[in-house]
Ligand binder design. Structure first.
Ligand code: AMP
Length: 284
């Protein structure tokens, strides 16, 4: 049975749990991507906690904090249907009784790509994740690969600050047309949604290329076409990065990479990515 709790109720619930706990942190407006995280959490832990909190600290001035979709009733329906044990949906004053003086710094990795486009964003993300970990004390937390840079930074958060929480992740869940599910897709008109499909097309193009340089070139060519054809489409970045460090891959890169993509479609900023593995040339 799903229980909705405040901070004190959360602490009582946590004390009562004897098995392992998985936390699924979200900002609500739940979709099938979030549901995949819940399913994964059930697989790897005895009890599942979900947090639903639109975190003001990770939104910059002029971003969509005010208009970010919020629908707690619909979210709770999903949590009940999916057997979430506890939902922690604090309001702002419960999460931040006063303006925090001390926050987590995401370091260099927090200043590139999404961090360059959204200064302070990852400091805000890591600060709220650290606070949620303190309050829920999960054994494991489940994140989506949709937010690849966030996932890489959360992994560094727990190792660099010895938080003792295992991080698990789930591949990107996409709609039938290929667009990665996102709460922000609700902002798109039908026409903008069609235009946004340039992102998964760029990923397909990169996957069919061979070698790091060719993969990045193929993605950029697809996105440049989209910019020419659709004035409402504007590319921010399309770069192949080393998965562990988020530094740009050299042309002959071998190993685990992520092709990170960000674009604006009309007024909506969308991100997508693909994990790519590059092996050396066979000597045979
Ligand atoms: P959000 O509510 O957007 O902050 O996302 C909460 C969690 O759900 C994050 O770990 C996201 O990476 C994950 N997530 C969001 N969309 C998707 C998706 N399409 N596929 C997989 N995970 C997702």
């Amino acid at each position: 049975m799903t229980r909705v709790v405040d901070t004190a109720g959360l602490a009582r619930w946590r004390e009562s749990v004897t098995g392992s706990v998985a936390l699924v942190p979200t900002m609500g407006a739940l979709h099938d991507g979030h549901r995949r995280l819940i399913a994964r959490a059930h697989e790897i832990a005895d009890a599942v906690a979900m947090s639903i909190f639109v975190n003001p600290l990770q939104f910059g001035p002029g971003e969509d904090f005010e208009r970010y979709p919020r629908d707690l009733d619909a979210d709770l329906e999903i949590c009940r249907a999916d057997g979430v044990d506890v939902v922690f949906a604090p309001d702002q004053s419960e999460m931040y009784p006063r303006e925090p003086e001390v926050t987590v710094s995401a370091g260099r990795m927090g200043t590139v790509f999404e961090g360059a486009a959204r200064p302070g964003h990852f400091d805000g993300v890591l600060t709220v994740v650290a606070k949620l970990f303190q309050r829920v004390r999960p054994d494991v937390a489940v994140f989506g690969q949709k937010d690849a840079q966030q996932l890489a930074l959360v992994e560094r958060l727990v190792t660099d600050l010895d938080l003792g929480v295992r991080i698990d992740s789930v591949p990107i869940v996409r709609d039938a047309d290929g667009l990665a599910l996102s709460s922000r897709n609700r902002y798109l008109s039908a026409r903008e949604r069609e235009t946004a499909l340039a992102l998964p097309r760029a990923i397909e193009a990169a996957r069919s290329a061979s070698g790091a340089q060719a993969a990045q070139d193929a993605a950029r060519a697809t996105l440049a076409d989209a910019e020419r054809q659709h004035p409402e489409f504007s590319l921010d970045y399309a770069t192949l990065v080393d998965r562990a460090t988020f530094t740009e891959c050299p042309p002959d890169f071998r190993g685990d990479a992520v092709l990170v993509l960000a674009a604006r479609v009309g007024a909506t900023r969308l991100i997508d990515n693909a994990s790519l593995h590059f092996v050396g040339q066979s000597l045979l």
